[in-house]
Design a protein around this ligand. Structure first.
Ligand SMILES: Nc1ncnc2c1ncn2[C@@H]1O[C@H](COP(=O)(O)OP(=O)(O)OP(=O)(O)O)[C@@H](O)[C@H]1O
Ligand SMILES: [Mg+2]
Length: 465
């Protein structure tokens, strides 16, 4: 679960910082940087898995490698890009070899700085100039204090026994050289070392087993950030018997996943049917059957009057809502889901119910029942004032929830040794579960200003309709 991010030199971000709740909604006007924030998470996730060239040229990013760096008013691009991200991890981590281990620290901070330099042949080289992975000290951990019920704190963040606060990856200067190394992470010996001015791959990406438990856990966390882009065409297809039974970000394998749930425990289908029926009263039952002749699984919805409809003929909105219902009850679904404009394809009338569903897809750190289950986080961006309006209307504003408003502000930024005008993203809190709105990076004036802006935003035509 991401709890905080800091970004500098990437797209519209200039000394940017924001915090997250298990369910985080970012609203705002067009081109204010909402999707850019998701792009930043995508790039970080790529960096945790691949070397820099591959990470920056991945087709999952919008724009070419150079366009990921902030472009200033004179057309120049930033030479340095910096990210810090703080996470809350699940206590247990397993690798592909079936080894499992318990983490000493579940609160971790990862910092990475990437430099872009034109070489003599006219190509841009990318290299890592700073990489740090370290535990967040308990006494400095403000997020935990305000986001987890006190009585449940130790379930999510175990007590630390023995030596404390040693970094798992660190950057240091030695004889004029920048050295990045993994000191130990629980193992004796020198760990792994790389010289920073040559590094074109993160140390994080080089670890593949629980031998370095915290490094591996941080890497797993980041490479598993998923970006839900439900594709109705994919959703409507039956799953071949040979397919994976895990729902993919575009909605693939939906029927196979539902079939797994049906076999595991019949009550899953009842829960999913009830959930969908709440949203779409026309459908009373969700089922999945084996198409023996074709060797595949087919989803069927049964209507109030007893008719059966296969996924192939269902509407796009129905398929989207059905997927969310299945994800909610799927015990294999965990981690972070980034969801762009969930309101797309959903009638405004259903949005309030959809919000409840999204809420159910994120862990409640104030709820005993969620304690010990794998962490789930939902990060949503929207430019629908209907969506935001419903969030504010709800009386039982949940504790695990926060709403943010994104806008562009003009900054004077001194980068590349010069001063530039720069349109930068600001994402400010509007409402959060505990209702206190205390963030050290936001002034009282900014909060007041944002709340006026949100009032105006909510009065747009879209909302009145
Ligand atoms: N490298 C860059 N440097 C500076 N600004 C950039 C860079 N790349 C993109 N931008 C700006 O970011 C804007 C796009 O922002 P983004 O896609 O995050 O908007 P959004 O808030 O998601 O809007 P919408 O609600 O329309 O989806 C572009 O219009 C452009 O002005
Ligand atoms: Mg967008």
């Amino acid at each position: 679960m991401i709890t905080r991010i800091e970004i500098d030199g990437f797209k519209t971000f200039n000394n940017f910082q924001m915090e997250f709740s298990p369910f985080t909604v970012i609203a705002g006007t067009n081109a204010s940087g909402k999707s850019n924030l998701f792009d930043a998470l995508r790039l970080l996730s790529n960096i945790a898995e691949f070397d820099l060239k591959t990470a920056f040229n991945n087709t999952n990013l919008r724009g070419e490698a150079l366009e990921q760096f902030s472009q200033y008013s004179n057309g120049e691009f930033a030479k340095l890009m910096r990210f810090s991200v703080e996470v809350l991890l699940d206590s247990f981590i397993s690798d592909n070899w079936g080894e499992t281990t318990k983490l000493k620290y579940t609160r971790i901070r990862y910092e990475i700085e990437i430099m872009r330099e034109r070489n003599s042949k006219g190509f841009d080289d990318l290299s890592i100039t700073h990489e740090v992975l370290k535990p967040i000290k308990h006494q400095e951990d403000v997020w935990v204090k305000s986001h987890i019920l006190k009585g449940l704190l130790e379930n999510w963040r175990p007590k630390v026994i023995g030596r404390r606060g040693i970094p798992y990856i660190l950057t240091e200067q030695r004889e004029g050289k920048t050295i990045i190394r993994i000191p130990q992470d629980g193992k004796p010996g020198p760990g792994r070392v790389s010289v920073a001015n040559k590094t074109n791959q993160t140390l994080l990406s080089s670890i593949n087993s629980v031998d370095f438990p915290h490094v591996f856990a941080a890497k797993q966390e980041m490479i598993n950030w998923r970006f839900l882009q439900l594709n109705p065409e994919v959703l409507s297809k039956p799953s071949p018997r040979i397919s994976s039974d895990i729902i993919s970000p575009n909605g693939g394998n939906l029927a196979a996943a539902l079939f797994r749930l049906k076999i595991e425990d019949g009550s899953f289908l009842l829960d999913i049917s009830r959930e969908l029926n709440n949203l779409l009263p026309d459908f009373v039952k969700v089922d999945v059957t084996e198409d023996v002749a074709e060797n595949r699984f087919v989803i069927k919805l049964i209507s109030e009057d007893g008719r059966e409809f296969s996924s192939r003929v269902l509407s796009e909105g129905t398929l989207r809502l059905l997927t969310l219902c299945i994800l909610k009850y799927d015990p294999k679904y965990k981690g972070i889901l980034c969801f762009e404009e969930p309101e797309n394809g959903i009638h405004p009338y259903r949005i309030a119910m959809m919000i409840d569903l999204l809420k159910g897809l994120s862990t409640d750190l104030y709820d005993k029942e969620d304690s010990g289950l794998p962490l789930r986080q939902m990060i949503v961006n929207t430019h629908s004032s209907v969506f935001v309006g419903h969030l504010f209307k709800s009386n039982d504003f949940p504790l695990n929830f926060s709403v943010w408003f994104s806008k562009l502000v003009t900054n004077i930024s001194s980068k590349n040794d010069k001063k530039f005008k720069f349109k930068a993203t600001k994402i400010l809190p509007v409402r959060e579960g505990r209702g206190q709105l205390k963030f050290d990076f936001v002034s009282f004036g900014e909060l007041e200003m944002t709340s006026l802006e949100v009032d105006r935003y909510l009065k747009t035509k879209d909302f009145e309709n």
